[in-house]
Structures are given as structure tokens and as C-alpha cells.
Design a protein around this ligand. Structure first.
Ligand SMILES: [Ca+2]
Length: 188
């Protein structure tokens, strides 16, 4: 379940695209599940886990930009799995996350379908137990299924990816940030 995207930098139409390296195999993707479990466990008002009151949640859905749809590099239908990670926005610049930036959650969502023009995925990834703050999602859409059997998920040619300067959102204590993540480029 580890998501470790190899850092890569490329120039596409003048835009600097930088992938990310989650930097830690300890991020086993379990954070979201644990957060969800904790939230469910404390729904009855367990006072011993008051810390959960200080956290928030994020619900991500996905969308492909028109440039992705029109990209010459796109060879597959816009269906597949989304892999990525959440970082604090302060840890991510235009060149991607800094080397020791912690990944706050691993994101893995299957059966994402963006084939309809302008579609926002019905599939949603929800992460709970997130510390309040400004986050950014970095990830990719594995439209050719090449990552299914890989332990370390990594985008390859033909996969739509996010830009590090987009897809920022704020998680507030006790709230759920509803976010539409946009893929902006297709790797060549
Ligand atoms: Ca792929």
C-alpha cells in the first residue's frame, strides 16, 4: 500500500511539473483508515480521545482538465486508480515537496471514471483525523493500470498528474474539506 512517487521534473508547455517522493515507506496508507476507525469509535462521545475533536477531514473527488483531455500524450480512457499523498502546503513549493516533507496521508482510490466531459468523479476518497491546516494533494491517475502490481506507485508516460501549485485546501477542526482534485498534465 506504500505510495512513493519518484521525484521527477519535466517541462511541459513551459510549466514546471514536479512529482513527489513521499520519503517514507512507513506511510503505509493506513492513516486514513485509522482516522476513520477512530472517528467511528469516538462517535459515542468517548472523552478519552478528545484529541480527535481537534482534527478535521478531507473528502476528495477528481477531475481532468481540458488540456488533459486534449493531450496528445493521453492514450487511454480516463478510468483507473488514483494514487497520491497529502502534504502540508507549506512543505510544497513549485518544485514539489521539500526533501523531508512528511506525507500526512496516502491516497489510493480505485474505479475512478472521468470519461464524461467535465466529469467530477463519483468516487470519493475520505481521510479523517487530519491536523487542521492548509494541505496540498500531489498524485496521479493511473489510466493504463501499470501501477496495479507495483508496490511503490509511480506515474509513467500517459498518466495524468497534478501540479504542485494546484489542489490546495484547508482542513478545519471538526470540519470536512470537500475538494475537487484536478489533473492538469499528462506525462510524456
Ligand atoms: Ca500508469
Amino acid at each position: 500500500m506504500s505510495v512513493a512517487m519518484i521525484a521527477r521534473t519535466l517541462l511541459v508547455g513551459g510549466a514546471v511539473l514536479v512529482g513527489c517522493d513521499s520519503g517514507s515507506d512507513a506511510d503505509d496508507g493506513g492513516m486514513a483508515d485509522e482516522g476513520l476507525t477512530e472517528a467511528l469509535d469516538t462517535e459515542g462521545g468517548d472523552s478519552e480521545t478528545g484529541a480527535s475533536d481537534a482534527t478535521g477531514a478531507a473528502a476528495l473527488r477528481f477531475q481532468a482538465s481540458s488540456s488533459v483531455r486534449q493531450s496528445m500524450n493521453l492514450e487511454d480512457e480516463l478510468t483507473g486508480s488514483v494514487y497520491g499523498a497529502l502534504f502540508f502546503a507549506a512543505d510544497v513549493g513549485v518544485t514539489g515537496p521539500r526533501d523531508d516533507a512528511p506525507s500526512l496521508a496516502s491516497v489510493e482510490t480505485t474505479a475512478v471514471d472521468l470519461t464524461a466531459d467535465g466529469a467530477v468523479s463519483e468516487v470519493e476518497w475520505t481521510g479523517e483525523g487530519l491536523e487542521p491546516g492548509e494541505y496540498v494533494f500531489l498524485g496521479y491517475f493511473d489510466v493504463d493500470g501499470s501501477s496495479v502490481d507495483l508496490e511503490d506507485k509511480d506515474p509513467d508516460a500517459g498518466d495524468p498528474v497534478t501540479l504542485p501549485t494546484v489542489n490546495k485546501f484547508t482542513v478545519e477542526s471538526g470540519g470536512t474539506a470537500e475538494v475537487v482534485i484536478r489533473f492538469d498534465l499528462v506525462l510524456s
